[in-house]
Design a protein around this ligand. Structure first.
Ligand code: GLN
Length: 190
């Protein structure tokens, strides 16, 4: 089963996408939600990373989720979820899970481009529709990180081992390909 962090932000859209793919999921809101579950993967949705970060601490979910990620459980972070997984933020001193060796710039596309939609090539998938909402991008990635997509000259999708991140929201476009990629390539589900 895939656990979807459901403290704030766009978690329902991820659950709907997984439903369309016939994949069981459950919402993670409190510690007891993690009990007696076979967790094959985690999704950290978009939203407001500072709010999700604060709620992770308040609910006590931060430590067990960090432990899962560090032990190799597959995790997919979109937008704010990517911010939570990054090793470093360019314009913010916070570090949350520190699970992928990238530097992320928050709200990086600027005011004019606050929200936009585009189509870009995604490594091993092909053309993928991408919706960005006050999105971050990856300003630096170390050699151990696989770059999967770029838009307007900036990296917007990457992977390191069990950790997949996108600046954009594949759960909002109706396109299932990035979730399929996560399930097959990162979770190893066929
Ligand atoms: N700007 C938000 C943040 O910094 C992320 C935006 C999103 O997840 N749509 O948390």
């Amino acid at each position: 089963m895939i656990g979807v962090l459901a403290l704030q932000g766009g978690f329902i859209e991820h659950i709907n996408t997984l439903n369309k793919l016939g994949i069981d999921s459950f919402e993670i809101r409190k510690l007891s939600d993690l009990e007696n579950k076979q967790i094959d993967g985690l999704i950290l949705p978009g939203g407001e990373s500072t709010v999700i970060g604060k709620l992770l601490r308040e609910t006590g979910l931060f430590a067990p989720i960090k432990e899962m990620i560090d032990s190799g459980v597959p995790v997919f972070g979109t937008c704010a979820g990517m911010i939570l997984l990054a090793n470093k933020l360019e314009n913010d001193p916070s570090v949350y899970f520190g699970a992928i060796d990238i530097t992320v710039k928050r709200n990086a596309f600027g005011r004019q481009l606050g929200s936009f939609h585009t189509v870009e090539e995604f490594q091993s998938i092909g053309s993928v529709p991408m919706t960005f909402i006050r999105a971050p991008y990856i300003s630096e990635a170390s050699d151990v990180v696989e770059i999967l997509a770029a838009s307007k000259g900036n990296i917007v999708a990457a992977r390191q081992r069990n950790v997949l991140v996108t600046s954009f929201h594949p759960e909002l476009t109706g396109d299932l390909s990035v979730h399929k990629y996560f399930l097959s390539q990162v979770c190893g589900k066929t």
